[in-house]
Structure formats: structure tokens, C-alpha cells
Design a binder for this molecule. Structure first.
Ligand code: SAM
Length: 286
């Protein structure tokens, strides 16, 4: 990693640089963020598009570097974001279209890209309150599924996501794209299965696990008694007994036709909107 990239502390005076060479070490570091190892080492990730960058900054995420294509220069919102990046000690790069295309690996790239500090919610800080719904995902593998679930959790009014075991990275380019910006609005925590089991014992939650062999129709569950954690299984193998055994209810979404299961993100959406529907009815006094 280049020195410039590492030195983006909040106290550093921001600056604007013009870059046209793909060989520039800062550009190499930014491109490396497509690898999980580089994201972990730097604690940062890439978000593409002006709307996402504005949303992230408005929500208080720390921007380390703002990259924009020359064609976006002078646009009022781009200038505003550049000024805010500089004011918070970040770096602003004005680059050629060739450079921004190589960062995002797209032929028709977004004109603006932001590099932000990752944020993980510590599991111990999650104390679900009445009326909250959380989603716990066991070993989710597919970035598109995880991104869609984060976006859906945001839309359904869920409080956050807990990733259990070895999972795909919520800060990968593909996942962030699929969240459509919700990655900045939905807290994400991570835990081993053992940590999750220990946490659930003291968190005062009702764990509703979904399982193809579930005994309970998901529509008959009372989602209002306690804060709910919807526990969803891995795409290939479903929930292991170690986790399914922790559930207060094993729920099944009745299906017709020949499909043996629903896609994980679709099943999560069905569960989330049902759980939230019960809570909305309660809030409306019904
Ligand atoms: N072959 C896997 C299995 O045997 O569980 C299929 C996993 S499915 C693609 C991924 C997850 O979505 C499941 O573990 C479960 O959490 C949820 N799911 C999918 N369809 C479901 C259904 N009809 N009822 C309950 N949960 C379902």
C-alpha cells in the first residue's frame, strides 16, 4: 500500500490530485480493494456512484478518498462532496475515464467513486428492543444474496444483520452494488456460531429459524412477544443442527410446484415482511 493511501487520518489536511496514469500507486491501492485481503488490511471499501457517496457522507460514514472522472468536474454535487471530503481530511482524485473504468472494472463506469472506512457493529452492543427485527445469516455465500438481503432489511425496517460463520464480505464491490446504498443504513455484525449462541441466551430475543423441515407455518407465529431474530440457513446446506437447535420456532414457508426451496434472499424477504407486518398492525392498534 502506498504511503498516501495509508496516511488518510482525520487530522490530515485534505488535498486534490489529478491522476491519469494507471500505474499511479494510489490508483493501484484503490484497485486492490477488489480483493478481500486488501479491504481487511486497510479497513476500507469502495462504493460507486454519486448518490451512494452522498448517502454515505450524509449518514456520517468516513470517506478516505473521493475519485471523480474529469467529465464530472464542476457539477455542483460533485464539488460539494469533494469539499466535504477535503474538509474531513480526505483525498480527492480527479482522474481520466480510463482510470475510473479500471477501478470499477466497468466499460461504462460511474463518474464518482468513494473509498470509505468499514464499519462493523460489535455483537455485544446489540441489545434488541421491543418491536425490533434482526436477521441472522448462517454462512451466506453469494454476494448478490447478501446485498439483496441488506437492501430488503432496510426496506422492511429491520434493525440489522448478524453474519454467522464464514461468510461472503458485505464490503465487496458486488455486495455493495447489490445493496443499492443500504449498506450505509443497515448495521452489520459478525459472529462465530458459538458467539451467536452465547449472545442469544442473554439478548432476550425470540429466534425464529427457517427450515425446509420446519414444523410451523411462518404465518402462524407471534412476532410481537419479544424482539425477533430471523435465522436463515446457508444456500446449499441449510441450517446446521447446532443453530437450528437454538430456535424458539422452526418456521416453514409453504410452497407449491416442483421447486424444493426458495432462494435465500427471497425467503428472507418473505419472513421479514411477515414479521414486520405483525408489528405494524400492533403499532396501528390492531
Ligand atoms: N438445500 C437447502 C436445505 O436443505 O435447506 C436449501 C437452502 S435454501 C436455498 C436457503 C435458506 O432459505 C434455507 O436454509 C432457509 O433458511 C430458507 N428457505 C428457503 N425456502 C424455505 C421454505 N420454503 N421454508 C423455510 N425456509 C426456507
Amino acid at each position: 500500500m502506498s504511503k498516501d493511501f495509508h496516511d488518510q487520518g482525520p487530522r490530515r489536511v485534505g488535498q486534490v490530485k489529478e491522476v491519469t496514469s494507471l500505474a499511479n500507486p494510489i490508483i493501484k491501492d484503490i484497485k486492490a480493494l477488489t480483493n478481500k485481503k486488501s479491504r481487511e488490511e486497510s479497513g476500507t471499501f469502495l462504493a460507486e456512484g454519486l448518490k451512494l457517496v452522498i448517502d454515505a457522507i450524509e449518514l456520517g460514514w468516513t470517506i478516505r478518498t473521493l475519485v471523480y472522472a474529469k467529465a464530472a468536474k464542476g457539477k455542483p454535487l460533485v464539488e460539494q462532496m469533494a469539499a466535504r471530503t477535503v474538509a474531513s481530511g480526505g483525498l480527492v482524485l480527479e482522474v481520466s475515464e480510463k482510470v475510473i473504468a479500471s477501478i470499477t472494472r466497468r466499460d461504462n463506469p460511474q463518474m464518482v467513486v468513494g473509498i470509505f472506512e468499514q464499519r462493523w457493529k460489535p455483537l455485544k452492543d446489540i441489545r434488541p428492543r421491543e418491536g425490533e427485527t434482526w436477521v441472522a445469516l448462517d454462512r451466506v455465500r453469494d454476494p448478490g444474496n447478501l446485498g439483496t438481503i441488506i437492501r430488503t432489511a432496510d426496506a422492511a425496517g429491520a434493525s440489522g444483520i448478524i453474519l454467522i460463520g464464514e461468510t461472503t464480505d458485505p464490503f465487496s464491490l458486488e455486495t455493495v452494488r447489490a445493496t443499492m446504498g443500504s449498506v450505509f443504513a443497515v448495521p452489520v455484525a459478525r459472529a462465530t456460531p458459538e458467539e451467536f449462541i452465547a449472545w442469544r441466551k442473554s439478548a432476550g430475543v425470540c429466534v425464529v429459524a427457517t427450515h425446509l423441515a420446519g414444523a410451523v407455518d411462518y404465518r402462524t407465529i407471534d412476532y410481537r412477544k419479544k424482539p425477533v431474530v430471523l435465522l436463515m440457513g446457508n444456500e446449499q446446506s441449510g441450517l446446521p443442527d447446532q443453530l437450528a437447535g437454538q430456535a424458539d420456532a422452526l418456521a416453514r414457508i409453504p410452497q407449491q410446484g416442483r421447486a424444493d426451496s426458495l432462494n435465500l434472499a427471497v425467503a428472507t424477504a418473505v419472513m421479514l415482511f411477515e414479521a414486520r407486518r405483525h408489528l405494524l398492525l400492533l403499532a396501528e392498534g390492531k
